[in-house]
Design a protein around this ligand. Structure first.
Ligand code: 5AD
Ligand code: FES
Length: 345
């Protein structure tokens, strides 16, 4: 019988049948994790990149069925950070050695293109040695181009699922996978380093959907791939759905590392939320990025995409120190440089 882990490691690919088998069995898990860690060490050594996450608004005009800050959630306690608040977070972060700032928010029209550009260019002027990443959803080509010219060189936009039917089960009719893909290819064409990804174990997800996600990622070839387990939020239509599992998410992190050896793969907050040492396990299975929270403590609880999110009571410095210890305990080392992706093969 052929060894699927060896084949995946050597070819960075498998046919759909073999991928299905690998995704649905646990017999390869230990071997998979080990192979993924070997490949991550060949490409990135024991380095773990850190990104300071600033969650600057929890207003959102969209209504994704899985998300706690969806427009229709009247229980959400909404907030917005001002340009000055955001710059303060960066100042804090810079002193803690962050050299990447990730501005993430709901799709909030209050932040029009002028304001986004003003914030981005403000950060760029004060911290020219830092990378600015935006994670603010679907926009036009022209808007993306303006943010790029203002100094944002990276963008995170998960595709969420690469299957049209599944996409329609997770989102209202006003949203489409086609537009999501259009955004991702626009971002690439403009010259952004692009991050995509999806939730593992989201409602109605099948193994075939997950294979479609991998095929889409092979087409897009993003610089970063962020995945985390789906986690329930009681104020959404999916309140009674099951959470994604640690097991499948870790298996997937390893498969991603073997298929995309060069990629930046975060050990996500969602992974740390479903299991107390989820992020450490993610690192051991091939992940090489962590994204500690730099948002003001007062607003953290309010950015609740899902329930029981970790790190909502900590100061920025606490998260930074906590993660440093966790990363070291797992056998890796935080590096404080800008942390660009390695050249694609
Ligand atoms: N569980 C896990 N991840 C979620 N996200 C949104 N809602 C949830 C949830 N309930 C993820 C989406 C989004 C990213 C910012 O957070 O994939 O792109
Ligand atoms: Fe935030 Fe541990 S990373 S408290």
């Amino acid at each position: 019988m052929k060894n699927l882990v060896e084949e995946l490691t050597n070819k960075q690919n498998l046919n759909d049948n073999d991928l299905k088998y690998l995704l649905e069995t646990d017999i390869y898990d230990e071997e998979l994790y080990k192979a993924a860690d070997t490949v991550r060490r060949e490409n990135y050594g024991d380095s773990v990149y850190i990104r300071g996450l600033i969650e600057f608004t929890n207003y959102c005009k969209n209504d994704c069925y899985y998300c706690g800050i969806r427009k229709s959630n009247d229980n959400s306690d909404r907030y917005r950070l001002s340009r000055e608040d955001i710059l303060k977070c960066c100042e804090n972060g810079y002193a803690l050695d962050y050299r990447t700032f990730v501005l993430q928010g709901g799709e909030d029209p209050y932040y029009n293109d002028d304001l986004i550009c003003d914030i981005v260019s403000g950060i760029h002027m004060l911290y020219p040695d830092c990378a600015i990443t935006l994670s603010i959803g679907e926009k036009s080509y022209e808007s993306y181009k303006r943010y790029f010219d203002a100094g944002a060189k990276r963008f995170l936009l998960r595709h969420e699922t690469a299957d049209n039917e599944h996409y329609a089960k997770l989102h209202p009719e006003s949203m489409s996978l086609d537009n999501r893909k259009r955004c991702l290819f626009d971002l690439k064409n403009i010259g952004y380093q692009v991050g995509s990804g999806f939730m593992v174990g989201s409602p109605y997800q099948t193994t075939e959907n997950l294979i479609a996600d991998l095929r889409f990622l092979q087409e897009l070839m993003p610089d970063m791939i962020g995945i985390g387990p789906y986690i329930n939020h009681k104020d959404t239509p999916f309140a009674s759905e099951k959470n994604g599992t640690l097991e499948l998410t870790l298996r997937f992190v390893s498969i991603l590392r073997l298929m995309f050896p060069y990629a930046l793969i975060p050990a996500t907050t969602a992974l740390g939320t479903i299991s107390p040492n989820g992020r450490e396990l993610g690192l051991k299975c091939g992940a090489n990025v962590v994204m500690p929270n730099l948002s003001p403590v007062e607003t953290r609880k309010k950015y609740d995409l899902y329930e029981n999110k970790i790190c909502t009571g900590e100061e920025a410095a606490e998260c930074r120190g906590c993660l440093e210890r966790r990363v070291e305990f797992a056998g890796y080392r935080i590096v404080t440089n800008i942390g660009d992706v390695k050249k694609h093969a």
